[in-house]
Design a protein around this ligand. Structure first.
Ligand code: APR
Length: 177
């Protein structure tokens, strides 16, 4: 029995879930893409909490593959879970770091009692990870790591049709075993 995994196409900042995952960078101080949208729509409280994290636990920034939660501000969620994806490399296999982003976000969500969690396609934008490979890693990791007793739904929110199709393909392949 694996956790129910669903797909949605659209803007993750318009989603309702207990927690939304942000594709952040190590600074935790914002950026473009998902990061920019979450801070823009979520409002200043999120950045204020990120700054407090930088002034305390994460003085050197959030390491790649790790995750940390903040308020979701004005977003339709209780929490934002910020994680830092690996930048794609053609010479170094960083798959374990991308898997870690998903595993750590699930761990933080479970600690918070968040039972529905929405992920973007981490690392597949500015960080240039090929969408098909990222989808395979994301779906496999969530199927392995998400405890169905702790989660009612894990949703991947894809911004465009190509990403949606890639995740649908990965989901179908994983279900076939
Ligand atoms: N909702 C859902 N998905 C989105 C949104 C959105 N509002 N905006 C972009 N995306 C998609 C992109 O199309 C891509 O498929 O999210 C995926 C991840 O893209 P990025 O946001 O660029 O994230 P990433 O590749 O992990 O790069 C992170 O980019 O924005 C900066 O501060 C961020 O430095 C960090 C880097």
């Amino acid at each position: 029995m694996t956790v129910p995994i669903t797909l949605a196409q659209g803007d993750i900042t318009a989603q309702h879930a207990d927690a939304l995952v942000n594709a952040a960078n190590s600074s935790l101080l914002g950026g473009g893409g998902v990061d920019g949208a979450i801070h823009r729509r979520g409002g200043p409280e999120i950045l204020a909490e990120c700054r407090r994290l930088r002034a305390s636990r994460y003085g050197k920034g959030l390491p790649t593959g790790q995750a940390v939660a903040t308020t979701a501000g004005r977003l339709d969620a209780a929490h934002v879970i910020h994680t830092v994806g690996p930048v794609w490399s053609a010479t170094e296999d960083r798959s374990a770091l991308l898997a870690s982003c998903h595993r750590e976000a699930l761990r933080v969500a479970a600690e918070l009692g968040a039972r529905t969690l929405a992920f973007p396609a981490i690392s597949t934008g500015v960080y240039r990870w090929p969408i098909d490979d990222a989808a395979r890693i994301a779906v496999r990791t969530v199927r392995e790591a998400a405890d169905p007793a702790l989660f009612d739904e894990v949703r991947f929110v894809l911004f465009d049709q190509a990403a949606y199709d890639a995740y649908a393909e990965a989901l179908a392949a994983a279900a076939d075993g």
